[in-house]
Ligand binder design. Structure first.
Ligand code: ZN
Length: 136
């Protein structure tokens, strides 16, 4: 018998320079934000949620709470009541990634957010670490 698919895959992945591999997988696009009247339209909201590998609803809930704003998700966009700058939104997204995406132990983004009853567990698929995170 030859090597299993997993063994072949592991070996192939080992040959990819690590830094290239990691940066290619975790790039959060800058928030594309425009204000219209007293509202802020976060135009690439869904793309940002996808890059974070998180449910858009979870990210939206976090942002609304952190911004202290009302708002809604509409298609690819999120719309907030009030005026918020790109920098403000980017800063919140960075904090979201630190709290709900990046592994506490190894710093990698290969994590899953799992709901257990009333708590959320951040489980790392790279190193196996688990951490409980607050609910949003
Ligand atoms: Zn880890």
């Amino acid at each position: 018998m030859g090597e299993s698919y997993e063994q072949l895959l592991d070996r192939a992945l080992e040959q990819v320079p690590k830094a290239v591999f990691e940066s290619a997988r975790f790039q959060i696009p800058d928030a594309d934000v425009v204000t219209a009247g007293n509202r802020t339209v976060f135009r690439n909201f869904r793309a940002v949620a996808t890059s974070l590998n998180r449910e858009p609803d979870h990210l939206a809930k976090y942002l609304l709470r952190e911004l202290g704003a009302a708002g809604e998700v509409k298609g690819a966009q999120a719309i907030f009541q009030g005026k918020f700058s790109n920098a403000t939104i980017d800063e919140r997204i960075k904090r979201y990634a630190e709290e709900f995406v990046l592994c506490r132990e190894c710093g990698k983004p290969d994590t899953k957010l799992e709901r257990r009853e009333r708590v959320y567990i951040l489980r790392c698929e790279a190193c196996g670490a688990r951490a409980s995170v607050r609910s949003v």
